[in-house]
Design a protein around this ligand. Structure first.
Ligand SMILES: NC(=O)c1ccc[n+]([C@@H]2O[C@H](COP(=O)([O-])OP(=O)(O)OC[C@H]3O[C@@H](n4cnc5c(N)ncnc54)[C@H](OP(=O)(O)O)[C@@H]3O)[C@@H](O)[C@H]2O)c1
Length: 250
């Protein structure tokens, strides 16, 4: 299968690495405005949209806000063009009837390696044949390829933001708080990993612990007292505590 990867940021680079290891996939072109052959002579970079050539699948791995305008600039009308966004609609792709989505449900940062085999690939397509193509393409890198429509994918993405972005922000504000008091954040690593591991075996509600779950008012008050000079963490603590109490004691 011949593919073009249009965008070489977080997702584009990971897809490039994963697909370049597959014998059944040939990456013909990689579009980037700023990355050149000098940095990696193996990568078939193109820098102008007009130089993008036909392929079995054109994968737009560009920021959500760019997808729509970028797809309008592609010159071919009968090509399968997909984006990799969790929240953008399939209708954000223009200039072709053969639209699709190839959303890898994972967090990608350029320098952190990902094992794609366990990453769910959420696909969508306007035509049955194109869906089959996307399923075949997804299966070359992942064991889990599922068809999901734009409406459900948006909701899935919202949940992904909660469990990934929000959880990571909690690590961030907690680390800053501990740093400020010269306490090692790394001491929390086993707790963080165990919390994530537990939900492989149980539903999250069953494994909730902590002062809010126990309705341990003295502990909650003493924590809020410690946070009286930290408005951000105090607000987050209060919202989360109230949500846990409402869930478990309403
Ligand atoms: N990051 C994640 O964890 C993740 C996970 C799943 C899905 N996604 C989705 O995958 C897509 C790409 O995300 P990403 O994190 O890879 O994005 P990104 O790294 O922020 O951006 C990708 C590349 O887009 C290029 N670009 C930016 N503005 C442009 C423009 N106006 N015209 C042309 N090129 C432009 C930039 O490259 P140059 O400056 O070199 O051209 C940039 O490296 C998004 O739809 C996102 O929602 C992301």
């Amino acid at each position: 299968m011949k593919i073009n990867i249009l965008g070489f940021g977080n997702v584009g680079q990971h897809l490039y690495r994963a697909f370049s290891l597959q014998k059944d996939v040939y990456i013909a072109q990689v579009y980037s405005r700023t990355k050149f052959k000098q940095s990696d002579p193996m990568i078939p970079f193109v820098h102008e949209i007009s130089k993008i050539e036909p392929a079995d699948v054109q994968i737009i791995a560009l920021p959500d806000d760019v997808i729509s305008d970028f797809s309008k600039k592609l010159s071919f009308t009968n090509q399968l063009v997909v984006h990799t966004s969790g929240s953008s609609s399939i209708q954000d792709i223009h200039n072709t009837r053969r639209k699709g989505v190839f959303y890898a449900l994972q967090t990608f940062s350029k320098d952190i390696k990902i094992d794609f085999t366990s990453v769910p690939i959420c696909i969508e397509g306007t035509y049955e044949n194109d869906l089959k193509t996307l399923e075949r393409l997804g299966r070359t890198i992942s064991k889990k390829v599922i068809e999901i429509n734009s409406e459900k994918r948006r909701k899935l993405h919202l949940a992904a933001v909660c469990v990934n972005n929000f959880a990571n922000h909690l690590y961030d504000v907690s680390e800053s708080y501990l740093n400020k008091h010269a306490i090692d954040f790394n001491l929390l690593h086993p707790l963080i990993l165990e919390t994530a591991k537990k939900i492989e075996k149980k539903i999250p509600r069953e494994v909730q612990t902590g002062p809010a779950k126990r309705l341990d008012k003295n502990t909650i008050d003493s924590h809020l007292q410690l946070l009286k000079d930290n408005k951000t963490l105090s607000e987050i603590y209060t919202v989360m505590t109230n949500s846990i109490i409402k869930t478990h004691h309403n």
